[in-house]
Design a protein around this ligand. Sequence first.
Ligand code: HEM
Length: 456
Amino acid sequence: PAGFPPGPRGDVAVELLRNPLAFLEDAAARHGGAVALVLGGERVVLVSDPGLAQAVLIDQAADFVKEGTAFFPGTALAGQGLLVSDGDTWRRQRQLANPAFRRSAVASYAAAMAGETRSLLEGPWAGGGARPVYADFNTLTLDITTAALFGTGLPRDQATEVTGAIRTAFEFFSERAASGFVVPEWLPTPGNAAYAAAVTRLDAAVYGVIDRRAAELAAAPAQAPQSLLDALLGARDEGGGRMARRALRNELMTLLVAGQETAAIALAWACALLAHHPAAQARAAAEVEAQLGGERPSAANAGSLRYLEAVVLEALRLRPPAYLVGRCAARDVNLGPYSLPAGTTVLVSPYLLHRDAARWQAPAAFRPERWAGVLAQRGGAAAALHGLGPNGAYVPFGAGPRNCIGTGFAMLEAVVVLASMLQRFRLSPLPGAAFPAAEPRITLRPSAVELIVDPR
Ligand code: HEM
């Protein structure tokens, strides 16, 4: 094996931050499916070759771990939860959390998804006009995720406190995730002190809810879990052990961090694409009308919205919220023809895989139709997302053992929210507005998505 792959000379952090998508495409075009980069002094290998991506994410998953991966913020908020832990700690937590994300469990959150969406559509959207939809979806997915996490049955003061604490802590977290330069969390800056205070308040609120619910369930076990919290409280490992209180808190916050912003971004891009592709929007709206009429979107009827599902898959292909997925070489490893020293950060790029010209026809075009065959053949999106996707180059939710535990949740949420919206509104760009630019940080977020929403 031949050491590091080829790559540009010098530190490219500034160039990458200036225009990440163009930078990534250019780097892959010039140097190929594996590119060695220096980013802020860190040696990084960017992977966009499907075979090498499969090696990192699936075949050699034990060689490429999370620990030591550069560029991860938010440990103060989420601690050592599923997203960042490794080895036996991760394995046990994942086993304990898996049942909470079974299809039947996920289906039980559809009512909260539809209900929270209705509040947005009947509230801020009621009058129509120009709306900051990305900001709206950030609030909406925070409300949906909070409802799924804690249920809708909390006493009012506790619900208000936990929601308020989450929002405050999240403002700090988003600011941090949005800045190109991340101040280490341990530095005693005023910003960090305020963030730490917000996390302390959040902890008190979350532990308050955990303890109250644990006591309630001990007194009167529920027939079925009412929330992700219930499911995690009820989870047992092979030895009958349960999740420790601290671990439970970390997983709840991890689910919030992992599931809220990604979902808001996915929805915002999907809406921008629909607004800029009126024929696709008309077709999706016609499908919703034909299948649902005025009926509320639910887990039971969402499966009949195949075209809308294709819209979501296609939006996730063109603008994958997780456009880079990071790993760290646990030891000296061989990756295809290369050999990488222990500690090397490897960034697999869903964004680049999704535009691989050898795998996709007209990769830059928004064509939900391209998913029709796959969805019909495999009977829905869940099956289409198996492995590295239908053609080995589709990984919006990652792949292998560390794939997204919330895939089913996120797909249902997207379809339910979009269907609710299309039942009542037509979306269009502001007059003369270009397609929103990407503002890639840790996630591929849109700069802002402002759209006209017309009541139907
Ligand atoms: C992991 C994407 C929604 C919870 C991941 C990974 C990706 C991803 C790419 C793998 C990261 C890696 O390999 O390093 C997305 C996208 C979403 C979404 C694009 C929305 C469109 C959600 C939701 C939840 C969630 C709704 C929970 C409610 C998680 C967790 C992990 C994860 C806990 C870590 C799993 C593990 O390592 O065992 N997500 N996600 N995600 N996601 Fe999601």
